[in-house]
Design a binder for this molecule. Structure first.
Ligand code: NAI
Ligand code: MG
Length: 356
């Protein structure tokens, strides 16, 4: 069980250190190696995704990624910017499935902007296709408009495309994930308007035939956006394309109101994966020992669940996180009256102690 640890920039090193500590406390035999990525990669090797780092990530079964980015690299040309590392890793590792759970622990219900009765106990999983759709479809560009009332003017255009195999593989990820949860999948598209949308719906419906134990329903993306804020707890697994998933997953993340709590996984076809918190490198609080490490610790739990099939160990981590929250321990980002304020390191230690 080889894990590449890529801490990155800003709070990345502080938060990954806590997740590594938790992994080490489980008593499993993980082989962990660390390498620089992002701004740290640029500083050490002149590139945000150095060859040595990419090799380590390719040779590993899973990558634990902190975060990349720092304002001090804002002046660099695009190809050398820290954020290119994450795009490069997705591409090079073929990570096409992005899994983002949105969980609101009852203890943190006050952190959401939504009424507690609407979101308390929320536990949904958004699955976003990550390597296709209008973000990558060709042709694209700016050209002379060939027809219609604006003929002859400049126009920008992109192409929405999804190949059958691309839809099939993400549909399988969704149904497989649902089997480990509440066994319900909602597929989100725009079949009423888009050819790609109807095709998506037809293929997902076809893949569903292999999963008799899972319930499938379809929803248009505009309605899905509405339902996510109206009654988010009705969802179990929501699967959708790259663009709709980009938007819906950020909306779903904010239902919980606490960016420091949300893990994510990006998987390839063989359950190799890159696991990272949903937040960035938070340069504003880097080095102060106050960053919330729970999103990264929960990302490590996802790694155990999805790449290594260590369900019991993943549950141990998830339950330990619930326990420290129940004990009232809070980093500043989730602090509220009556709770105990702790730093990054103390929070990591508390999770280790709560593993049982
Ligand atoms: P951010 O997520 O880093 O920070 C947004 C706000 O949330 C800040 O106030 C920050 O202090 C707070 N925050 C984030 N994580 C936290 C944690 N674990 N505990 C406590 N507070 C936390 O997003 P922002 O400010 O837009 O971007 C900062 C840098 O991160 C940029 O360079 C950006 O490009 C990069 N970024 C990297 C990502 C990645 O590595 N996958 C994802 C998003 C942004
Ligand atoms: Mg986004």
């Amino acid at each position: 069980m080889k894990i590449a640890i890529l801490p990155g920039d800003g709070i990345g090193p502080e938060i990954t250190a806590q997740a590594v500590k938790v992994l080490n406390a489980l008593g499993e035999r993980f082989e962990m190696d660390t390498a620089e990525v992002g701004g740290a990669g640029y500083a050490a090797h002149g590139h945000p995704l150095p060859d040595s780092t990419l090799k380590l990530a390719k040779d590993a079964d899973a990558v634990l990624f902190g975060a990349v980015g720092d304002y001090k690299y804002d002046g660099l040309e695009r190809a050398l910017r820290p954020e290119q590392a994450i795009l490069g890793l997705r591409r090079e590792l073929g990570l096409f499935a992005n899994l983002r759970p949105a969980i609101l622990y009852p203890e943190l219900a006050g952190a959401s902007t939504l009424k507690p009765e609407v979101v308390s106990g929320l536990d949904i999983l958004i699955i976003r296709e990550l390597t296709g759709d209008i973000y990558f479809g060709k042709p694209r560009g700016v050209r002379e408009c060939p027809d219609g009332p604006f003929k002859g003017q400049r126009e920008g255009f992109d192409t929405m495309r999804y190949a059958e195999g691309e839809i099939r593989r993400i549909a399988h990820v969704a149904f497989q994930a649902a089997l480990k949860r509440d066994k319900r999948v909602t597929s989100v598209d725009k079949a009423n308007v888009l050819e790609t949308g109807q095709f998506w719906r037809d293929i997902v419906t076809d893949v569903h035939k292999e999963y008799a134990g899972v319930e499938l329903d379809h929803m248009y993306v505009d309605n899905a956006a509405m339902q996510l804020v109206r009654a988010p707890k009705k969802f179990d697994v929501l699967v959708t394309g790259n663009m709709f998933g980009d938007i819906l997953s950020d909306a779903a993340a904010m239902l919980t109101g606490s960016i420091g709590m949300l893990p994510s996984a990006s998987l390839d076809a063989n359950n190799k994966g890159l696991y990272e918190p949903s937040h960035g490198s938070a340069p504003d609080i880097a080095g102060q020992g106050v960053a919330n490490p729970l999103a990264t610790i929960l990302s490590a739990a996802m790694m155990l669940r999805f790449t290594f099939g260590l369900t019991e160990q993943a549950d141990r981590i998830d339950n330990a996180v619930k326990r420290v929250l129940a004990q009232g321990l809070r980093t500043p980002d989730i602090h509220e009256a009556g709770s105990t304020r702790v730093g990054t390191e103390e929070m990591g230690n508390a999770v280790v102690a709560a593993l049982g």
